[in-house]
Design a protein around this ligand. Structure first.
Ligand code: ATP
Ligand code: MG
Length: 481
């Protein structure tokens, strides 16, 4: 077992100057586990001033918690910036988020005692482990245990509630009993933590292999109702004859499939949320209950959930699309190229693969043995076939400037209407995407009134949105969704 060269150099420089220095925290934990550490942190009895003196220009002191960032000369991006933190004891946390004061200490034991879990409270100088809380043993037994009194530790800093569940999911560890009890007792304090910090932990849970277990724990501990309460609406909500699981269980199993197959984050979240609209749209009970429009309601709920958690708009938009269109229809004999083109247009060509993956999660999560590999292959083939067909006005063989010149009209809404009406025809038949045809058609459209064009434009929009669905009516009726 060896420290990375870059870390050893920093530790050596500090000890040559007469100070103690060790790697500490998540990096030591990951190293013992044989995982790649994301970031290496060093702790020392040198004060920020003393650290800066040793590393000179390469050191940057940027926060009041006593952390100095040192630039290392390395090709490894994870080791370019290393955080060196002075030993510290933490005092009171009045707001359950930040310590009121930060006090430096000269003893490493103090610094380890302020850390959250035993597995994160091990220091290592490359030769010896300093492990006063039995972290190595807990790593061996795969246990998350609070350092000291769990009740007090969660009460100090409520983010630790999420960190426990997140680290347990990432490492597939079990949260020890006393720690679990304190977690449940303090769960409601998660509400004082900022949405951004909750989101970051939530993303890590969903991105881990044990995402399903993580979400189940969030719920079991009483945290989920403060984060994504909408998901819990599905608990005990039974479905109709096409399903064997409740909505909650089905959503979780869909997520599990997505995690098992290492789908990207958006696809995982869409798998988890794809049926989130079902409880609110359920009509009737038993084998014949229905869930009409759950994908539309679910997409709206997805938007609310993700906006609340302050996700970037681009990610929100993508997950909404995946939830909104997860019901797309594809029956080998019935699906037309025109409807596949409109599906691709709706969901965006860049999202098609992910949409198919959400569909896989949906089917696998429903307990259906096969995920219809033949049908899916067939659909993929059609998508491939239509992939070069025009699906946006940008891909037409005529553009706004051409149109203005050709028709001698002013820039304005009329141009957009005509282009979209032309696109509608081309979506039905890509062979019509020639300059000759479109010029002629545009000239004919130019004779119509602006109101008439506006109406045709609106019809075309609706058609694109609905055509897919019209063809899906059958499946929707069949499955009562
Ligand atoms: P990862 O880097 O994989 O997300 P980590 O455990 O390394 O996980 P960091 O946020 O990098 O988490 O924190 C580094 C170390 O700082 C932790 O291992 C832990 O010792 C300590 N730490 C981090 N957050 C807290 C907290 N909220 N309360 C107490 N100690 C913490
Ligand atoms: Mg870390």
């Amino acid at each position: 077992m060896k420290l990375p060269e870059e870390i050893k150099n920093i530790i050596n420089a500090l000890s040559k100057a007469g100070f103690e220095a060790c790697a500490v925290g998540g990096c030591v934990r990951d190293f013992i586990l044989g995982h790649k550490a994301d970031d290496w942190d060093i702790t020392t009895n040198a004060t920020p001033d003393q650290i800066q003196k040793i590393f000179g220009e390469n050191a940057r002191y940027e926060n009041k918690f006593g952390t100095v960032v040192v630039n290392a000369e390395t090709e490894n991006p994870r080791l370019k910036e290393i955080e060196i933190t002075t030993y510290r004891v933490e005092e009171k946390y009045t707001d359950k988020r930040h310590p009121d004061v930060v006090k430096f200490s000269s003893r490493i034991e103090d610094d380890l005692a302020r850390r959250d879990f035993t597995i994160n409270a091990i220091a290592w100088d490359g030769k010896e482990f300093i492990d006063p809380f039995g972290g190595q043993k807990d790593i061996k037994n795969k246990i998350i245990r609070a350092v000291g009194d769990p009740q007090k530790r969660f009460n100090e800093d409520a983010l630790r509630l999420m960190r426990a569940v997140r680290i347990a999911a990432q490492l597939d560890f079990k949260i020890e009993e006393k720690t679990t009890r304190a977690l449940k007792k303090n769960a409601r304090d998660i509400a004082v933590v900022s949405h951004e910090r909750i989101r970051d932990e939530f993303v890590k849970i969903i991105s881990s292999r044990n995402a399903k277990k993580g979400v189940e724990e969030l719920s079991g501990f009483g945290l989920l109702k403060h984060i994504v309460p909408e998901l819990e609406e599905g608990i005990d909500v039974t479905q109709n004859k096409h399903h064997i699981y409740t909505v909650w269980e089905h959503n979780l199993r869909a997520l599990d499939w997505a995690a098992e197959n290492d789908y990207n984050f958006e696809t995982r979240l869409a798998s988890l949320l794809h049926d989130v609209g079902k409880p609110r749209t359920k009509r009737g009970e038993g084998l014949n209950s229905t869930f009409y429009n759950h994908e539309v309601v679910g997409a709206q709920m997805t938007a609310k959930i993700m906006e609340r958690l302050k996700f970037p708009n681009k990610i929100i938009e993508k997950v909404i699309l995946l939830v909104r269109y997860h019901l797309f229809y594809y029956n080998v004999d019935e699906v037309t190229e025109s409807s596949v083109r409109r599906l691709v247009k709706n969901v965006g060509p860049e999202n098609v693969d992910d949409l198919l993956n959400v569909r896989m999660s949906d089917r696998k999560g429903s307990g259906v043995p096969k995920a219809e590999p033949y049908k899916l292959r067939h659909l993929r083939a059609i998508i491939e076939k239509v992939s070069l067909d025009p699906i946006s006005v940008k891909m037409l063989k005529i553009n706004g400037d051409n149109l203005i010149k050709l028709l001698g009209i002013e820039p304005g809404p009329k141009v957009g209407y005509i282009l979209n009406i032309l696109l509608d025809e081309v979506l039905d038949d890509p062979k019509k995407n020639t300059k000759e045809y479109l010029d002629e058609k545009a000239a004919a459209l130019n004779d119509k009134s602006l109101d008439k064009l506006a109406e045709m434009y609106k019809d075309a929009q609706v058609k694109t949105r609905e055509v897919a669905e019209e063809e899906f009516e059958e499946i929707k009726k069949k499955f009562r969704v």
